[in-house]
Every structure is written in C-alpha cells, then in structure tokens.
Write a protein that binds this ligand. Structure first.
Ligand code: FAD
Length: 412
C-alpha cells in the first residue's frame, strides 16, 4: 500500500497533538497532514475520567502565560479552563535556611502566574479539539518504524493494525519523545547529561487549602514542588507533588507505605499546607537533559522531548515545546502560502534561527537552578539565601524572575 502526505507527525503525545492542532489551524486546506501515534488515543470525553495514556499520564503540567496565549489562539483554552487551577502566588524557600520569597500575580496586575492542569485532562481537551477540527488524519495505534531521506522529503514505513504501509512525506515532524528511535534511525546524534536524580510524582491531599499558591522548596537532596490543583469532587485540598531525589531514595519513597511517605514528606516540606493527609499513585522518572544535536534537516524537524527534554524543576519543558510549535506553525504557514515546499531546508532553518535564543535561555535556566540549590558549599548556600532574599528586596529582579517563570522572558 502506498500513500503520500505533505506533513507526517510521528508521535501523538502532548507535543504531537498540539502540533497537529496548530498546523491544522494555520496551514492551507490543501496541505495534507497525518498524525501517527503508537499507543491507542483514548476517545474524547465530555465528562467522567479520561482513559489512561502513557503520554497523558498521572502527572500535572504547569502552563505558563505564553502557553495560555497559544492555546487561546488554537481554540483549546475555553475547554481547558474548567480543569485549570490558577497559580496566584509562588512561594520559594530553602529548607533549613532563612531565605524565602513570595511572588504574587497581583503585584504584576496579571490574572495568574501560571495554570496547573492534570495531563489526563489536558490530553482530553487536545484530543476533543483534534476530532472537532477534523483537519488532520490520525493513524492510531500505528508506528513509524522506518524513515530515510528521499528526494526533497522522507520515505516512511508504518507498522500498525494490518500490513506494513509505505508513505512519502514532504516533511517529517519527529515528536516521538526523549528516547526517540526515529532520531537515532536518521543518524541524528543526541547529547545526554544525566542528573543522577529521579522525579517522584504524586497527588497529595492536605488539611489546609493551597489558596492558589505553588510551593517551590529547595532541599539538600533536591527541589520539591507542590503545585495547586482543583479540588477533587469539590472537597479535597489537592496539590501535585514533583520531588527530585537521588534514585535510591526516590525508589524507596515510591514503594514504602503511605504513612511513611507522608511522614517523610511532611518533615521535608513543613506545615504550610497543614497536615498532609493522603497520597495518590506514586510514579518515578529518571531525569536527564537530552538535546538533539540537530533539529532541522531537509524534510525533517525534531520537536518536543525528542529535541530537548529538560529538568522539570522550573516547569519549562512543555511550555518551551509549545512555543516551538507556535513558531514552526507561523514559519510553515507563511512559507507554504508563499509557495515553498513543506520540507524546504531554508524555511526550516528560519524556524530554528527564530527559536534558538528562546531554547538556549530556557535550557540554561532549567539546568542551572537545581545545581545552584543543591550545592553543599556553605558560601554557595549563603549566595542562594541572598538570591532569595534579594528577590524580595529588589522589585526589578523579581519582576524579571516572574516574567521568566511565566514564559514571558522571551518577549512574548
Ligand atoms: C516529572 C515531570 C514533570 C513535568 N512538569 C512540567 C511542567 O510543569 N511544565 C512543563 O512545561 N513541562 C513539564 N514537564 C515536561 C513535559 O512533560 C514534556 O515536555 C512533555 O511530556 C513532552 O511531550 P512529548 O510529546 O514531546 O513526548 P512524549 O510525552 O514522550 O510523547 C511521545 C509520543 O510518541 C509516541 N511514539 C513513540 N514512538 C513512536 C513511533 N515510532 N511512531 C509513532 N508514535 C510514537 C509515544 O507513544 C508517545 O505518545 C515535566 C516532565 C516531568 C518528567
């Protein structure tokens, strides 16, 4: 069987589905787009609880103001709004030290510093919009198992239900995650810096309400974030925990009894949310900084975690990927309307030139923070305390930090 598409997106995770929506919205109707996802995408729901999908898992994501603007333009925000908890303030502190600072949306006359959404609900809203838009063909469950440059595009091999299929694509968008097999198959090298830390993720119920506050607490074993969530069933005070720990401790805390887990967390976090009374399913992820050595070639763009997977401490990975998605949409939209082929190398390089400064700044920011706050050197500890206190003393510095945290440091 043979079939041809102008654009094929390999990978329907949070980035692949967002890409499909963005391209569906901005490209001319004659441009054919195919989305291929390996794991069945759950049917969209108007109510109830969405089915589990590994790319839309039990985690939560903090969306920045720049992501809000992108999803508003895509028409997803209205739907998403009901699942979002606004971050009205961010409390940054360091365990065992005096420095702390409070960043408040009201000080900047912003509606919020960010928004927290459970990935399952984000996935549900994106998929509903994809079906509603009806612009992109979806093959699922199916996998792109072969990709090689051919002419000005890429020859692809698909594996899924039924016999193997061969396609050609004018442009292949590689969005198959941090361990991208397609990136390897295309001979694109990857730079990986393991952090030798794991992220432990779980939902926590507390006696007191978070009041829209996100807590970022730096401890000697790694940063610990509690992000505000909407109340489940209207009753429980819930927060999403992202706790960065050495691998052995993360594994132990994933497997130990709930009582032991809550006791240790309470001791590390303190009583800002009152007593911590419940923990949901615990998941653990090894952390490393993964960067593709190349992001564009003739007929190919590497996107999302396949292009750059970051430390989750500052909640920047997906927000950055979404800014990439919006910029690629802009560049392809202008180029294709002007008669350029979707895989035109010069056009794809223009995309990379425009996004590179944002990518460099965001990656450096995410990479530096955990190292700074984990250092055992007392002088660095003092510097860190002064940095936290300094944020409170110097409004202009604080404003810079907040703009950055809100994904607006790039001038959006
Ligand atoms: C603990 C943690 C917390 C985080 N919190 C935040 C946050 O608060 N804010 C933020 O901005 N970011 C956050 N991030 C980062 C964010 O999760 C990632 O940026 C995002 O998940 C990347 O999605 P992706 O679609 O690129 O990759 P993935 O989620 O890995 O999706 C890849 C998809 O490709 C599919 N696939 C694989 N191979 C093939 C193939 N050959 N053919 C077809 N399909 C294929 C897979 O089935 C999968 O669905 C966090 C990350 C972690 C680990």
């Amino acid at each position: 069987m043979s079939d041809d598409f102008d654009i094929v997106i390999a990978g329907g995770g949070m980035v692949g589905v967002s890409l499909a929506l963005q391209l569906g919205a901005v490209l001319p109707a004659a441009t054919t787009i195919l989305l291929v996802e390996g794991v069945p995408i759950p049917a969209a729901l108007d109510g109830g609880v969405p089915d589990y999908h590994p790319a839309f898992d039990a985690r939560s994501t903090a969306l920045s103001y720049s992501s809000r603007q992108i999803y508003e333009a895509m028409g997803v925000w209205e739907d998403l709004r009901q699942w979002l908890c606004a971050i009205e303030s961010i409390h940054v502190s360091s365990r065992g030290r005096f420095g702390s600072t409070l960043l408040q949306a009201s000080d900047y006359h912003w509606p919020a510093l960010g928004y927290v959404v459970e990935n399952a609900w984000l996935g549900n809203a994106l998929i509903q919009q994809l079906y509603r838009q009806g612009r992109v063909e979806v093959r699922c469950p199916a996998k792109v198992v072969g990709a090689r440059p051919e002419g000005k595009g890429v020859a692809l091999q698909l594996e899924g239900e039924g016999p193997h299929s061969r396609f050609s694509a004018g442009l292949l968008l590689v969005a198959d995650g941090a361990h991208s097999r397609l990136r390897d198959q295309l001979g694109i090298a990857v730079n990986e810096k393991p952090y030798r830390q794991h992220a432990l993720v779980a939902n926590i119920a507390s006696a007191e309400s978070h009041g829209g506050c996100a807590y970022e607490r730096f401890t000697d074993t790694g940063p610990l974030a509690l992000l505000p969530l909407l109340k489940a069933g209207g009753s429980e005070n819930r927060s999403a925990l992202v706790w960065t720990l050495p691998a052995v401790q993360a594994r132990h805390l994933r497997d130990c009894s709930k009582t032991e887990f809550l006791n240790v967390l309470q001791e590390r976090f303190g009583y800002r949310l009152g007593r911590l009374i419940k923990v949901g399913e615990r998941h653990e992820y090894p952390l490393s900084l993964v960067q593709s050595s190349e992001q564009v070639r003739q007929g190919i763009v590497v996107m999302g975690n396949a292009a750059h997977a970051l430390h989750p401490v500052a909640g920047q990975g997906f927000n950055l990927a979404l800014r990439d998605v919006a910029e690629l949409g802009r560049v392809l939209g202008q180029g294709i309307v002007a008669g350029q082929a979707p895989g035109d190398l010069k056009m794809l390089q223009r995309y990379q030139r425009r996004q590179q400064p944002d990518q460099d700044r965001t990656i450096q920011f995410s990479d530096r923070i955990p190292a700074l706050f984990m250092h055992g050197d007392p002088m660095l500890g003092l510097g860190r305390d002064l940095a936290l206190a300094g944020l409170d003393i110097m409004p202009s510095l604080k404003r810079e930090f907040v703009r950055y945290a809100a994904g607006m440091g790039n001038g959006t």
